[in-house]
Structures are given as C-alpha cells and as structure tokens.
Design a protein around this ligand. Structure first.
Ligand code: XIL
Length: 392
C-alpha cells in the first residue's frame, strides 16, 4: 500500500485533518540516504504499527514537541499543527507524549496582563486526548519568552508574586488531571552553574524562595502532575547538574513538592557524547525523583548549506540511540521527548547559524538513520524487537 493511501484512509477515519493536501505522498528521494517513508512496502495490517509508539510499547513514553509559536511565527510555512496534514498524522501515531513547544509559555499565553490565550494549548490537549497521548506542560517559571508587559512592567515584589501565583493557578488548574509532567522551573542555572539572579525576573525580584513557591502552587493546582526542574547542558555529571542535585536535596528536605529532574538533551555532533547521562539521571532517581529527557535533538555543522555526510548521520544516529538507551536504563525515567521530529520545523537552523538536520526525519518525512536508532532501541527494551511491523 502506498503511503498516500494510508494517510488518506487514516485522515478520513480520524476526521480531524484540517482540509490540507497531503504533501509528502510522493516524497522525493531523501538527501543523504534517508529511508523509505512510513508504511511504504509494509503489509497493510502492520503499517500502523511501524511507529516509534509501537516500538516503545509500555517501556517509556516517547514524545515530541508540537510545533507552534516561537520561531515558527517568523517562518514562511503555514502553521504546522493545523495546516500540515502529514505532520498531524505522524504526530498522532508516532508518539505517546506531546509537549507544547511554545504554546504554554508566558509570552504565548499572556499577550497582555488580563488575557489568557488558551486556544492553541487547548488544541494540543484535545489532540492528545483523541490520540491517547499524555502531555508535558512547558513551562511556568523561566527567564526567556516572557512578555514585554511583564519584564518591563515595573511591578513590585508583591505584584510579581501575585502574578506568578495567579498564572500557575490558572494554567495548571485549567489542565489539572490531564498533564503527566510540568516543567515548573526551566533553566534557573546559567552555564557557569550560577543561579540566574539577574536574568530571571522572578529570582531577581523575589529570591530563590519563589522557586519553592512555584512548586507548591503547582502541586495545589494539580496534585496529579509530576513537577519537574528542566535545563540544558545537564545531561552528564557536571557543575550545572551538581547545582541541581544540591538544590533539589535542600528543597526535598524542606518538603517542597519536587517530583522530577529532566535534561533537555540538545546535543551536537560537534561535541563528545555525554557518556555519563544514565549515571546522572540515576543519581536523581536515587533521591526518589522521576527523570526525563525532554527536548532531544542532535544538530550538526552544515556550513554554507552543506548536506549532512553519511558520517555525520551515523554519528547523529549513535547519539540518538545512546540517549534512548540511557533513558530506558533508568528506573523512573518515564518519558523521552524529541524536540520536533522533522527538520522542516526544527528550531535549530533558526537559532544556531550554520547548523541543522537535527531531527529524525528529513523535510519530506522520510526517516533518517537516527529514526531507526531510536526505534530499535525502544523495541529492544519493550520486547518488540523483531516484530514484523518493525523489520524494515
Ligand atoms: C525553543 C523553541 O523550540 C523555539 O520555537 C522558540 O523560538 C525558542 O524556544 N530550551 C527550552 C525550549 O526549554 O523551550 C526552547 O524552545 C529550546 C531550549
């Protein structure tokens, strides 16, 4: 069965695709040696199982960010989540967890002080419910992507405290019982492992105690969600992850409801692989925490628009495989999320000049070696290795 037919059938059955044309049905050959499109050459009964979600089984939640807001607003493609039918189709069937890439951040939700703009976040929640997926909420307390009216508002300490409390009660409360994990606090330490006492408006104006309050307010608003600290460059054991290790122990001793520690996992083939990733997650697990990898992508240097070389793709696949294996090896690591799954919508080329190709699929949705690396590592852990659906 051809891919186009599968997608069409699925779209009709699901009845949720927003009137777009299917763009990738006649995919051109993938640059740099991509694999066949999903479903192609697979017996009809097995095609639906030829996914990361099936490979993972119940071993771990395999997630992706849902593209929207942030850098997407300045790109020349239509909104992926509503207008790209292939994207939507794969979002629904490849993954068992979704994260809001930008749609639950302050600058997206709060265009002005009085208004909460929940339309896109609600749409993600509804999509997840329809597809049996869990959702990771991202994020409540951060130094980035805050609206101008907040950063420049000249608010007193009391006003800021009240604003954050209201925000958490409203946002976390709205989705109470429907969020698997919340990134309550994001990136509170800088690259020198120092608290962002200047950059982070909340910490600057209210002190570190506001972080504990944020966790308490989140717990009160949704007793079921697991509450996380999340950051980048904390994959391995290093001064920055040490800072979290120390802080979290203090908070736990004070009875602050911290449930989890997650590493984003924005990696580059330019750097060596953080080989102590599992050991790092394990030490947090040993504190009684859940752990997660929340924003995995593996970028590479592509100067002057170069295509990835086979060596780069192989190294990328190895990094994806090793992260997946590390996540699977740590008890209480319940979710592994990719920061997007197709290069078209990746934040990487927009953010890191001369770098790209960071996701597991080419722009035409064909699969890279990295896709197979993740899938095979998942299948090995779930007991589904060798299943006929996954044999290609
Ligand atoms: C990124 C988004 O992917 C972009 O769309 C946006 O323009 C900037 O933010 N760490 C995080 C994520 O916690 O929220 C960031 O997401 C990537 C780095």
């Amino acid at each position: 069965m051809m891919r186009r037919e599968i997608l069409t059938a699925a779209a009709v059955t699901a009845g949720t695709i927003a009137g777009g044309t299917l763009v990738a049905g006649s995919a051109a050959a993938a640059p740099g040696g991509g694999d066949a499109a999903p479903g192609r050459g697979t017996a009809p009964g097995l095609a639906k199982k030829d996914t990361l979600a099936f490979a993972a089984g119940s071993a771990i939640r395999i997630g992706t960010a849902v593209a929207g807001g942030g850098h997407h607003d300045s790109q020349d493609y239509p909104p992926p989540f509503t207008d790209d039918a292939t994207y939507r189709e794969l979002l629904g069937r490849e993954f068992t967890s979704l994260s809001a890439e930008n749609q639950m951040k302050w600058d997206f939700l709060r265009p002005d002080r009085e208004t909460f703009r929940f339309d896109e976040a609600d749409a993600i929640m509804d999509f997840a419910a329809e597809h049996g997926q869990v959702v990771r909420g991202h994020t409540l307390l951060w130094h980035n992507q805050n609206p101008e009216w907040l950063e420049q508002g000249g608010f007193s300490a009391d006003e800021l405290r009240a604003l954050l409390k209201e925000h958490i009660e409203t946002v976390v409360g709205r989705y109470a019982g429907r969020i698997h994990q919340w990134d309550v606090a994001n990136e509170i330490f800088d690259d020198d492992a120092r608290l962002r006492e200047e950059q982070n408006i909340w910490i600057r104006e209210l002190g570190i105690g506001i972080v504990a309050d944020a966790f308490r307010w989140a717990r009160a608003a949704d007793p079921q969600a697991q509450l996380f600290f999340n950051d980048y460059n904390v994959d391995g054991i290093n001064p920055k992850s040490d800072a979290y290790y120390a802080l979290i122990q203090e908070l736990l001793a004070d009875g602050v409801p911290v449930d989890g520690f997650s590493t984003q996992g924005h990696l580059s083939t330019r750097y060596g692989f953080p080989g102590d990733l599992a050991d790092n997650l394990q030490r947090f697990a040993d504190l009684g925490l859940r752990t997660a990898v929340t924003e995995l992508d593996v970028r590479m240097d592509l100067p002057d628009g170069a295509e990835p070389t086979p060596e780069q793709l192989e190294k990328q696949a190895e990094y994806y495989r090793r992260v997946t294996e590390a996540a699977l090896s740590v008890e209480g690591c319940e979710s592994l999320t990719l920061w997007g799954f197709v290069d078209t919508y990746s934040w990487v080329p927009v953010t890191f000049e001369g770098q790209g190709a960071a996701t597991v699929m080419w722009e035409d949705y064909t699969r890279k070696p990295a896709y197979h690396a993740v899938r095979d590592a998942l299948a090995a852990a779930s007991g589904r290795a060798g299943h006929p659906a996954l044999e290609r």
